[in-house]
Design a protein around this ligand. Structure first.
Ligand code: NAD
Length: 504
């Protein structure tokens, strides 16, 4: 679970030296070429570890979005991709994966510089998981099939799954490379053209992905990137009359806007992958409390706590709460010390922006005012004031009605609550407007199975947390959204069915 320390770059330079020389591309990528924004507008992207400007990025407006959507539509209609033989499309995607792998150090650096994630985490989590998604999805291309219906003998009826057309992928900053691949890989595999809108806080790795797609043999215009701010560029894309689907990952607030934009425009399909406040339950009969605490710490402090399915509501059965909090504190201390994200030993970087750091510190203040007990952290780590850091923070004596137990903080803040028994733990777990993930630690198979059956969410873990493989759907219930990433179901969601009825 902890990130092994084996993260040297493939060159003789160290990460800092290489970061100095790295090419940072901030332009749009449309119809196979890098282009400036039509209005020449730009915005800065900032390194959250030191607040220095990395580069200027194209500030796309509706005119840029129009051009990108048009390029995507023309490419779709030409059919070089949308009608390519399935195994030929698969071959391009597998070549693309190979090229990405060759450039993995660059991808790791780009996301680390842009959003603060430790370089070792990039190399050992984001990049391998992104590649796995791309390869899995490519391999699924010729496994998708329609069906023939049971009809009277004078009729042949069959159902086709056909690509939608132009898909807008709008993604967040917390896993820029990985979340982007979770969207674009199935969208492209299904034969669609894509217009990607990266998050303005972490826009840089998208450009390299797009360039390598064309190098791998992807036809120009099939995969386009428009950079810009959410309420300008993202909104123009989501409202566009010639976009057939919005595949969105981000906050619930903006996810709801996506549904409104679809209604205000052409009723395009919308899938949303939104936030969470996931319950992670530890029963008193847990086999190994230390192991549960290790996963609990990883589940809430991993990726600086900027994880949609973070197990940030820790629900502990009465009687073991002191022991559990102590173990959690030890694990946080040992495994999640904030540091320089370019140091391969670092396991926790700064938060994405100064603004987000202030938001998280604001929640820490709220927790104190609501009467929660701060057991660890609750501040900016000493000597790290130049970056957007927040110490791993643990609150005990949290009540599920407190704001910090109900609202997504999206930072390294654990809220520990006590439950009287299994039924109470389940009741607390389900008392949330979110429903992304949930976990339980217990030796009792009856409790494990009842929890898996009755907890209201899209992903359940028993005696582990945030585990799984490509076949397990990733997505939520309730206000955590309606989409499913990763699995075969995800690819199907980028198609539309067509029923054909032939009278013989
Ligand atoms: P966000 O909603 O602020 O932004 C997401 C994307 O939407 C960005 O590209 C942004 O530019 C764009 N956007 C913002 N306002 C827009 C508007 N008015 N119109 C069109 N586009 C707009 O989210 P974020 O802060 O980037 O990411 C954090 C959120 O993402 C958290 O809530 C987290 O839980 C969620 N998330 C969910 C999953 C999941 O799979 N369920 C995965 C990762 C992150």
């Amino acid at each position: 679970m902890s990130i092994a320390v084996n993260a040297a770059p493939k060159t003789s330079l160290d990460w800092h030296q290489w970061a100095e020389r790295l090419h940072l591309e901030g332009r749009h990528f449309i119809d196979g070429q890098f282009v400036h924004a039509k209005g020449s507008g730009v915005f800065p992207t900032v390194n959250p570890a030191n607040q220095q400007i990395l580069t200027q990025v194209a500030r796309g407006q509706s005119a840029d979005v129009d051009t990108a959507v048009q390029a995507a539509r023309v490419a779709f209609q030409k059919g070089a991709w949308s009608r390519m033989a399935p195994r030929a499309r698969m071959a391009v995607m597998l070549r693309w994966a190979e090229l990405i792998e060759k450039h993995s150090d660059e991808f790791a650096l780009l996301d680390t510089l842009d959003m603060g994630k430790p370089i070792s985490e990039m190399l050992q989590v984001d990049i391998p998981l992104g590649l796995l998604c791309l390869r899995f999805t490519a391999e699924c291309i010729d496994k998708l099939s329609g069906r023939v219906g049971a009809t009277p003998s004078h009729v042949l009826s069959y159902v086709l799954h056909q690509p939608l057309g132009v898909v807008a992928c709008i993604v967040p900053w917390n896993y820029p490379f990985l979340m982007t691949l979770w969207k674009i890989a199935p969208a492209l595999a299904a034969g669609n053209s894509v217009v990607l809108k990266p998050a303005e806080q972490a826009p840089l790795s998208a450009a390299l992905l797009a360039r390598l797609f064309v190098e791998a043999g992807g036809p120009p215009g099939v995969f386009n990137v428009v950079q810009g701010l959410g309420e300008e560029c993202g909104k123009a894309l989501a409202l566009h009359m010639d976009v057939d689907k919005i595949a969105f990952t981000g906050s619930g607030e903006v996810g709801k806007l996506m549904q409104i934009y679809a209604g205000q425009s052409n009723m395009k399909k919308v899938t949303t992958e939104c936030g969470g406040k996931s319950p992670h339950v530890v029963m008193a009969d847990v086999k190994d409390l230390d192991l549960a605490a290790t996963w609990a710490a990883m589940g809430v402090f991993g990726n600086q706590g900027e994880v949609c399915c973070a197990g940030s509501r820790l629900i502990v059965e009465r009687g073991i709460e002191k022991e559990f909090v102590e173990a959690l504190r030890r694990k946080a201390h040992a495994l999640h010390q904030p540091g320089d994200p370019l140091d391969p030993l670092t396991q926790m970087g700064p938060l994405v922006t100064r603004e987000h750091q202030q938001r998280v510190l604001g929640y820490i203040d709220i927790a104190r005012k609501e009467g929660a007990q701060c057991e660890l952290g609750g501040d900016v780590p000493q000597g790290m004031e130049a970056g957007a850091y927040v110490s791993p923070t643990i609150f005990s004596q949290v009540n599920n009605s407190m704001r910090v137990a109900q609202e997504e903080i999206f930072g390294p803040v654990a809220c520990v609550m006590v439950a009287d028994d299994f039924d109470d733990a389940l009741r607390i777990a389900n008392n949330s407007r979110f429903g992304l993930a949930a976990g339980i630690w217990t030796r009792d198979v009856d409790k494990a199975l009842r929890f898996a059956r009755d907890v209201e969410c899209g992903m359940v873990y028993v005696n582990s947390y945030m585990d799984g493989d490509m076949q397990m759907p990733f997505g939520g219930w309730k206000e955590s959204g309606n989409g499913r990433d990763k699995c075969m179901e995800a690819i199907v969601s980028y198609t539309q069915s067509k029923g054909v009825w032939i009278t013989l």
